[in-house]
Design a protein around this ligand. Structure first.
Ligand code: SAM
Length: 394
C-alpha cells in the first residue's frame, strides 16, 4: 500500500533589505497564476501547458531511465518539479514521473525506492488547490501501482528557483515545465524606466539597450539557477526543462514575442481612449525571456556543472490543447481567440493588475481576444518550446 505525507518548507533566498532582494520580492509577490478553480483560474485555463507536458513525456521517461541506470540505486529518491503552479498539471507531472520510475523498476527488476517529491513554486502560489487534489491522487496511485512500489511523500517547497531550495545532494531528478521563461525580476536597466515605449516586452521597435538588458538578466538568472541545482543534485542526476523559447537568434522575431506585442497593442488602444496613461504602459516590462538554444548552451558551458545530453524544439498552436479540455464544459463553447485570451490572462493577470489596477482587466482581455482573433484569422501562430535534458557532472 502506498503512503503519502504533505509538509511545507520555508526558504530565505536573499539578504532582506538588499536592493536585489527588494526587486526580487516584487516579482515574487506579484507573479502568480490565477488562483482557485473559477473561469479565469490557471487550473481551468492551462490546457496549452498540459499539452506541453504530454509532449515532454518521452523526454522524462528517457531521462529517468538513464539516471537510474547510471547512479547508485537510491533508497530514497528525491524529485522536484519547479514552478508547479496549481490545477491538474501539477499532479499530472508527478504521475508521469512516478510512472516512469515504476516502468524502469519493472524493466530492471529492481525494488522501488521511496519517494520525496517536492512541489516548488513562488510563495503566493495556490498550493492549497494542489493539496486538496491529493486524496484522489493517492487513491489512483495506490490502485495503479503494485504493493511493492515505494511510499511517496509529497512536500510543498515554496520559494524562488533562482536560489537554493533543497538540501545538498538530495535530488535525483528535477523537472520544470512552462516556468523557466520567467525571469527573477524585470531586467536591471529597464526596470522603472520608460525606454521601451508603447511595448511591454522585446519588440521590433525596442532600443538595443532593452534587448541587451533582457539577455543579461537571462544570463545571470539561468546561471544562478544552474549553480543552485548543481548543489542540490547528486552526480549523474538529470534535469528535464521545457519552456518558451525561440528558434531564431534574433529576439524580436514574432514567434518569441507576438503574444506580448498584441497585449501591448490592447493596452495602447486603452491609452488612445484615455482609459490608462501612456507612461504606465512605458513603465511596464514583463519579467520574461524566451531564449534560443545558442544562448542556453553558452550559459550551460560557462557555468560548468551540467552537460546537455539532449534537446528538442517543438511548436504548439496558440489555441492548442482544446482536446485536453473535455472535462471542462465551461470552456468548450469558447472561440479560439477567447481560449487564447483566457490562457494568457490566467498567467499574466496578477502582474498587470498590480501595475494597472484590477478595474481594467475585463476590458483589456476583451480587446486582447479581439486582436488575437484578427491575428489568427490571417496567420497560424505557434509558440516555440524547447525541452532540454541536463546531466549533473561529477
Ligand atoms: C505557466 S506556470 C506553469 C505551471 C506548470 N508547471 C504547468 O506546466 O502547468 C509557471 C509557474 O512558474 C512559477 N514561477 C515563476 N518564476 C518562479 C520562480 N522564480 N521560482 C519558482 N516558481 C516560479 C509561476 O509562479 C507559475 O506558477
Amino acid at each position: 500500500m502506498l503512503s503519502f505525507r504533505t509538509i511545507s518548507s520555508f526558504v530565505i533566498y536573499n539578504a532582506p533589505g538588499s536592493q536585489k532582494a527588494q526587486r526580487q520580492m516584487e516579482v515574487v509577490q506579484v507573479l502568480h497564476m490565477n488562483k482557485g478553480a473559477g473561469v479565469t483560474s490557471y487550473a481551468m485555463n492551462s490546457a496549452v501547458q498540459s499539452k506541453i507536458i504530454s509532449v515532454t513525456k518521452p523526454a522524462i521517461e528517457r531521462a529517468i531511465k538513464e539516471t537510474l541506470c547510471s547512479i547508485s540505486w537510491p533508497v530514497s529518491m528525491g524529485i522536484a518539479d519547479l514552478g508547479c503552479s496549481s490545477g491538474p498539471n501539477a499532479l499530472l507531472v508527478v504521475t508521469e514521473i512516478l510512472d516512469a520510475v515504476f516502468d524502469t523498476c519493472c524493466h530492471l527488476e529492481r525494488s522501488s525506492p521511496e519517494f520525496k517529491v517536492y512541489l516548488n513554486d513562488l510563495f503566493s502560489n495556490d498550493f492549497n488547490n494542489i493539496f486538496t487534489s491529493l486524496p484522489a491522487f493517492y487513491r489512483k496511485q495506490s490502485q495503479e501501482k503494485e504493493s511493492g512500489f515505494g511510499p511517496c511523500f509529497i512536500l510543498g517547497a515554496p520559494g524562488s528557483f533562482y536560489g537554493r531550495l533543497f538540501p545538498s545532494n538530495s535530488l535525483h531528478f528535477v523537472h520544470s515545465s512552462s516556468s523557466l521563461h520567467w525571469l527573477s525580476q524585470v531586467p536591471i536597466g529597464v526596470e522603472g524606466r520608460s525606454l521601451n515605449k508603447g511595448k511591454i516586452y522585446i519588440s521590433k521597435s525596442s532600443p538595443q539597450c532593452v534587448l541587451d538588458a533582457y539577455l543579461s538578466q537571462f544570463q545571470n538568472d539561468f546561471s544562478f539557477f544552474l549553480k543552485s541545482r548543481s548543489q542540490e543534485m547528486v552526480t549523474g542526476a538529470r534535469m528535464v526543462l521545457s519552456f518558451m523559447a525561440r528558434k531564431d537568434v534574433d529576439p524580436t522575431t514574432p514567434e518569441s514575442c507576438y503574444q506580448w506585442e498584441l497585449l501591448a497593442h490592447a493596452l495602447m488602444t486603452m491609452v488612445a481612449q484615455g482609459v490608462i496613461e501612456e507612461e504606465k504602459v512605458d513603465l511596464f516590462d514583463a519579467p520574461y525571456y524566451a531564449p534560443c538554444i545558442q544562448e542556453l548552451k553558452l550559459e550551460i558551458e560557462k557555468e560548468g556543472s551540467f552537460v546537455m545530453d539532449w534537446s528538442d524544439g517543438y511548436e504548439i498552436d496558440w489555441d492548442d490543447g482544446a482536446d485536453q479540455m473535455v472535462t471542462d464544459e465551461s470552456l468548450a463553447p469558447l472561440s479560439s481567440e477567447e481560449r487564447v485570451a483566457r490562457t494568457i490572462r490566467a498567467v499574466v493577470e496578477s502582474m498587470l493588475e498590480s501595475h494597472f489596477g484590477g478595474h481594467i482587466m475585463d476590458e483589456l482581455f476583451r480587446r486582447y481576444a479581439k486582436l488575437v482573433g484578427d491575428h489568427l484569422s490571417n496567420t497560424r501562430t505557434r509558440y516555440y518550446n524547447l525541452v532540454i535534458s541536463l546531466v549533473k557532472k561529477a
